[in-house]
Design a protein around this ligand. Sequence first.
Ligand SMILES: Nc1ncnc2c1ncn2[C@@H]1O[C@H](COP(=O)(O)OP(=O)(O)OP(=O)(O)O)[C@@H](O)[C@H]1O
Ligand SMILES: [Mg+2]
Length: 653
Amino acid sequence: MFSEDLVPIGVFRGGNGLASVFRRLSRFYRPYRRFLYLSLGLLVLATALGLVYPYLLKTIVNQVIIGGHYHELPMLVAGIIGAAVVKGIFNFAFQYSGQVFGSKTGYDLRNSLYRKLNTQPFAYYDQVHTGDLMSRMTADLDAFRMFLAFGINNLVSLFLTSVFGLGLMVSMNGWLALVIACLLPILAVTAVRFDGRLRPTYRHIRKTLGTLNSGVQENIMGMRTVKSFAKEDREIVKFNGRNDDYFDANMDATQLWKKFFPFIEFVGNFGVVLILFIGGWLVISHHKGMNLGDLVAFLSVVWTLIWPLSNLGFFLNNLTQAVAAGDRLLEILEAPDELGDQGQHHTVQMLGNVDFSGVNMRYDGEAVLRDVSLSATAGETIALVGLTGAGKSTLVNLLPRFYDVDSGSVKIDGVDVREWDLQSLRRQIAVVFQEPFLFSTTIFSNIAYGSPNATMEDVRRAAEMADAAEFIERLPEGYYTLVGERGLGLSGGQKQRIALARAVLMNPSILILDDATSAVDMETEFKIQQDLERVMKGRTTFIIAHRISSVKRADQILVIEHGRVVQRGTHDELLKESSGLYRKIFDMQFQDFESVASGQAASQASAQATGKSVGQASAQATGQPLGQAVGQAAGKSSGGFSGVAVPGGGCVE
Ligand SMILES: Nc1ncnc2c1ncn2[C@@H]1O[C@H](COP(=O)(O)OP(=O)(O)OP(=O)(O)O)[C@@H](O)[C@H]1O
Ligand SMILES: [Mg+2]
């Protein structure tokens, strides 16, 4: 039936095979094994009861039909009905306890997976795809749960039916039983070989489903970008491609089934015909007293066997899918734990003294920080400036241990961050990320996210500090306004201010503002800084900013270039270094502001005369795009200083 390249592999092997996957997942189902035992016990009873039918049938044929004892018929029929009712009850009970076994295990597994996802390090999320994770959490988990709930019972039921059935057949007629026994290995070998083919196919199906889900999820998240670039058609084509892959993978499986099912059916029917032929001959020749009733009873046992046997492939497929799915769940469950290597150091009140010494850090082999040293005493404000991609975010991410150094050390209060208890460390460091994330809940809950005991008064005060109170109170539902997914419905600056309020409310010892006010206007930023200066007294603050105006009051300013600290000092000190990057950045922003301010009137006049916009006119006048001009002025041929393009506001100096 199958070609010779078909290798009997899969479920019975070690490694990622059945035994290994089930052993590694056993801590989830072992606690509930009593439900499995109960289910299997009831299954044995139900199967045993099913074998009463052939005897009743035999009696009906021999005694009632041939023997003419019609008065026995009601009793025998009642017997059949009674057996069916009791068997039905057992069936229900064994399926129910099987379901309980599967569902309880699934529940624990789901919780563990979720907990695990929450303890994964940042680096983990640099690699995984949300859609794929979702698919593992739902489809794969369900495949495994369904096997526990139904699959095990199905396989055991098949085994029991075969053993009981064969025993019964042997007791009825050894020769006929031998015929069936010859056919069974053909079925079993075919099913196992079939499973070997099916297993990689199902793994592929699961993988393509994960990719498909990732695509959908990314597309929905990025819908605004898709639409703004009018790339709907390309996205649809991309999706169709992934859908094709998923479809093809499913069709591969269907192709295999297409070969398997008719073959099994053929073997089953061939067995029935053989029994009819040989059995009929035995009855006619009255071999060893064999009569019609015996043949009918024998055939009924054969029929009882054919159904589960023809489903052997299907049951094995459930098992195969469960192993493939379990394997994918284990990839999440057995990923190295972030919390595994944390230290014990614990304080209620971190002071906020920070020391970086000789820090080197790389992402995937690419050096991003090189020999960075800095030292900040509690309460100081440290500003980091530098071109985009210089490594500023990476540097501050080392403080709450979002990533670890490759060499060197990062110490807080004299203790290496790797020695700190992670919870204690992170509860006292608040980070406002470059791209703030808001949960789809109320503004109140978003601000109180890191401080669950905060009162409305606390939240309001934090919002005032972040200059968010005014706009929040203007919203129809104020602090109870629901924000959309990822904060949709709010402006960029509003989101940043809510994120800032969230950080302020945490009352942290170290506050990290990673470009936290890039989206607010300069006036608001100025107000926020004044408020923050008050609240941050006695706390260490790291400010990353592209505007000189945001950093000039810092106690120390570090200029980062290609992962190195190339300059350090106060604003005034750095301005004196006339050939330094800081001075260049400052000049650019200042000149840019001045040129825009002074050029405004002239270009407006010429723009009006030519009928062009101001931007268009000035870009044409210089003959090069602004970013390029800026990059060159900064002594760079590539990159660009992303803050420069916003010179308005007038508080550069
Ligand atoms: N998670 C990551 N995985 C791999 N590489 C990364 C990761 N995050 C950042 N990088 C790379 O590390 C370098 C420094 O990035 P970083 O985010 O620290 O820059 P930055 O100075 O904060 O820039 P910006 O001003 O644009 O925010 C960049 O080249 C970036 O591509
Ligand atoms: Mg950054």
